[in-house]
Ligand binder design. Structure first.
Ligand code: B12
Length: 304
């Protein structure tokens, strides 16, 4: 291929060039066979420039909300057209906000960070801000922290800003909600709450009553509150692949403790690493960005 200049790269170099962690590279290779790197005489993976370009495109596509499980098999040409399809005005505006927020974080400017996020919510649909601005910016910040380019304080500055602004949005919409109730939480061991908080705000923006419980809750307590509030669904976010077995056990507890008609919605980065057969019967795995919107619209129309 044209962009293969014969150079070979170690997994660490590829991680730096693509922004994907070494763990993610290994997991994508193992689960989806995205690339089969050659091995050097000591058995370490070595990648070509073509491999690096493909991995960059896959990373950019996942940043734009395409689950890796759905795009891993696409050819390089398909990936290029997938990426150019979304090069709309709103895509460009979202990317400009991502850069503005990252610049604010680089300079430790909490005020600029808040202003850029607030402006994104004022100018773009909330769903685009969540998927095309906040998620990529949080992921990029996580990767920079992982590579030692951002401090913990910079990562906290951003996650606090996101938490503050999205909570404000959730409160505003909650005052207007009148439909069915959905409980949003993460189970014990999962402290990453921003994905589930954002989805609570999106559901509230579509008139659903939302009960946002926050992160790291025992499944039995989530189920208790869902029963008391007669919730139509419980939405759970799985982010940490390392905690997945514990999370699966808790999902089973949740299923047993909920009335059979209460749906369990499952999303989050780590949920895509699980064989859907491992989720409790009747759960809805929301792998595509449209899955959540369809389900929310269905519930919202029931409440009218
Ligand atoms: C902020 C952050 C934290 C904060 C969380 C603060 C908070 N209030 O939430 C704190 C400091 C607590 C934290 C802790 C840790 N973190 Co952390 N964290 C992050 C960071 C930077 C952002 C996480 C986040 O909010 N992402 C944004 C969300 C919106 O993206 P998402 O989860 O992919 O969600 C998208 C979809 O999946 C969907 N979605 C999400 N949930 C749901 C639910 C439903 C129902 C639906 C429909 C959709 C949906 O919405 C998003 C839309 O695009 C990430 C970087 C990253 N790559 O994400 C690291 C990251 C997730 N953390 C990581 C690690 C290692 C840790 C710690 C172990 C660090 C440590 N040594 O203590 C602990 C683990 C804590 C635990 N057991 O949970 C690693 C995980 C590595 C891995 N194995 O994959 C990451 C990837 C950083 C990295 N590059 O290494 N973290």
């Amino acid at each position: 291929m044209a962009d293969n200049d014969g150079a070979l790269y170690s997994i660490r170099a590829v991680s730096q060039a693509t922004g994907l962690t070494v763990e993610t590279l290994r997991a994508w290779e193992r689960r989806y066979g995205i690339i089969e790197p050659k091995r050097d005489p000591s058995g370490h993976r070595i990648y070509t420039a073509c491999d690096v370009s493909r991995l960059r495109r896959l990373r950019e596509s996942t940043d734009r909300g395409h689950p890796i499980s759905k795009i891993a098999h696409l050819s390089d040409e398909d990936l290029i057209s997938l990426l150019s399809d979304r090069d709309s005005d709103s895509g460009m505006a979202a990317r400009a906000f991502v850069q503005r927020i990252l610049c604010a974080v680089e300079k430790y400017r909490s005020d600029e960070c808040d202003a850029a996020i607030a402006m994104a919510f004022a100018l773009l649909p909330a769903v685009d801000v969540v998927r095309d601005v906040l998620s990529p910016v949080l992921r990029e910040t996580g990767e920079r922290w992982h590579r030692g380019e951002f401090t913990v304080a910079q990562e906290r500055l951003l996650s606090s800003a996101v938490r503050r602004l999205v909570s404000g949005l959730l409160n505003t919409f909650s005052g207007l909600a009148q439909g069915e109730t959905v409980v949003f939480a993460t189970v014990s061991g999962e402290q990453h709450e921003l994905g589930i908080l954002m989805h609570a705000a999106l559901a509230a923006s579509r008139s659903l009553r939302t009960l946002y419980l926050g992160p790291d809750l025992p499944a039995s307590e989530i189920a208790d509150l869902a029963r008391r509030s007669n919730a139509a669904a419980v939405a759970i976010s799985l982010v940490m692949p390392d905690e997945i077995n514990l999370s699966l056990q808790q999902l089973a507890v949740l299923r047993d403790a909920l009335p059979p008609e209460t749906e369990i919605w499952i999303g989050g980065a780590a949920s895509c690493y699980v064989d859907p057969a491992q989720f409790p019967a009747g759960s809805i795995h929301m792998a595509k960005r449209s899955d959540f919107e369809h389900r929310v619209d269905l519930l919202a129309s029931r409440g009218r």
